[in-house]
Unconditional design. Structure first.
Length: 205
């Protein structure tokens, strides 16, 4: 059984969080992909987010009708930042027969050396890089040695799969600006039910 893990703040969740994951699930034959909203993102210290349970609810609403997409509250149960190494190990224990695939963006792949126990992450789960069109995985400029050599070796191994994605002109930052003004985003940017939920509870106002 192949299982994908996809973490993030999802503040709010939008089409750019949904379509690439559905395509990755199709291409890789993943039985399911588990979305993992995090309560305290370690890479966004000090930034105010919508309440964790509200973000979790938005994810559930966004994927409710999507086959094979699920949400887990695991990273919401910690009273500290959630580290991917621990999350992957948790699901390895929960699903011992599963082959785990961690879905990340190309920017996150380049930041791997700054992750807590990043080598353990790469050893425990296969890395699926959801890359923007034109991203060159050989371009590791700005990454110091020896991490550059390690990332190059990872890319050359069967532990990493790069999937080029079509661009989606939508961002959480832009959505928060629109929602804070009480506006509805352009059609297709977010599921309508999620937009209604945001406005009902004034999550960004």
């Amino acid at each position: 059984m192949k299982v994908g893990l996809f973490g993030g703040s999802f503040d709010p969740i939008h089409r750019g969080h949904l379509e690439p994951v559905k395509e990755a699930r199709r291409q890789l034959g993943l039985e399911r992909v588990i979305y993992l909203p995090t309560a305290i993102p370690p890479h966004k210290p000090g930034r105010m987010l919508a309440p964790p349970l509200a973000r979790y609810a938005m994810v559930e609403m966004a994927i409710l009708g999507e086959e094979g997409l699920y949400a887990s509250p695991y990273e919401l149960t910690l009273d500290r930042p959630a580290y991917t190494a621990e999350t992957v190990e948790h699901f390895q224990r929960q699903l011992p027969a599963a082959e785990l695939h961690l879905l990340i963006g190309s920017d996150s792949f380049l930041e791997l050396p700054h992750w807590v126990r990043w080598r353990d992450v790469a050893a425990t789960a296969r890395l699926v890089v959801l890359a923007r069109p034109g991203w060159d995985p050989r371009d590791l400029a700005g990454i110091a040695e020896p991490e550059r050599r390690e990332l190059s070796a990872l890319l050359a191994s069967d532990r990493v799969r790069v999937l080029e994605q079509r661009p989606y002109e939508v961002s959480s930052t832009r959505l928060r600006e629109l929602l804070a003004r009480g506006e509805r985003p352009p059609a297709g940017w977010m599921p309508d039910l999620v937009v209604d939920f945001v406005h009902k509870y004034s999550l960004y106002r």
